[in-house]
Ligand binder design. Sequence first.
Ligand SMILES: [Zn+2]
Length: 297
Amino acid sequence: MGQLGTRPQNVRLKGGKQMELFDNHAHYNDEKFNEDRDEIINKIYESGVTKLICAGYSLESSQRALEIAKNYSFIYTTAGISPNDIPGHIQDEDLEGKTAEETKKLCTESIQIVDNQLEEIEKLAQNKKVVAIGEIGLDYHWNTLNKELQKQVFIKQIELANKLNLPIVIHTREAVMDTLDILKNIKPTIKPGVFHCCPLNVELVKEALKLGFYISFAGPVTFKNSKNAREISEMVPLDKMLIETDSPYLAPEPVRGTRNDSRNVKFIAEKIAEFKGIDTEEVALKTYENANRVFEI
Ligand SMILES: [Zn+2]
């Protein structure tokens, strides 16, 4: 797999401008690409998305991401355990109705598995293609009974990133205060990292910028019902912005609801350009440079 026969042709956008794009967060390790992964990856490259990061979210998906990246010179990866993929029986449905003692036992078992997996992730991260620890963080949308465990797993992975001198890629959902508390007071990162799929939360973005983090914009910024999308796009300086698709999820307007792939990252660039009142070309160029800088590519 993974033969790239063609040089990228620059993407033509509205107004006939030509540019290359960097999708800094997508999941070609997802099973939704099992049928046509190589075909899609080749199309993406030919469309002008000439760099992309395939993000891991568990040990297994991080291993798959690295296998893909080894086959394509323009693909890089992250490795890490997301809050929704912590191993063991620690989902709300597992913990519902359990005593404090039973919950503690299940969380202790989980942490032991996590520790073993983080040793493997550390080995993966020796590969130069692994450019960050991620996606990691907190997600209280799906699970709230394991908050302490989520925090522990997040902190352990910030420690790993600091040890390896790598940036982190953060996933945070309905957990603004705890995420900021960890980054500010409990375990600051050595390097600035990225808030992936920027939650459109003004307070979070303000604080994230103060901490030196980059803000990555995804499909929701294009959704017509998105609150704060314009305000946040205006608020984030261009030199702190990144763009991503989070493929196969979160397809932007005007292709919302379809299986997403990195060719759609141009719609994010166009929307930001519209909000900021600048050329799409400038957004493409700056976000490309920013991604190279933060991930040291
Ligand atoms: Zn993701």
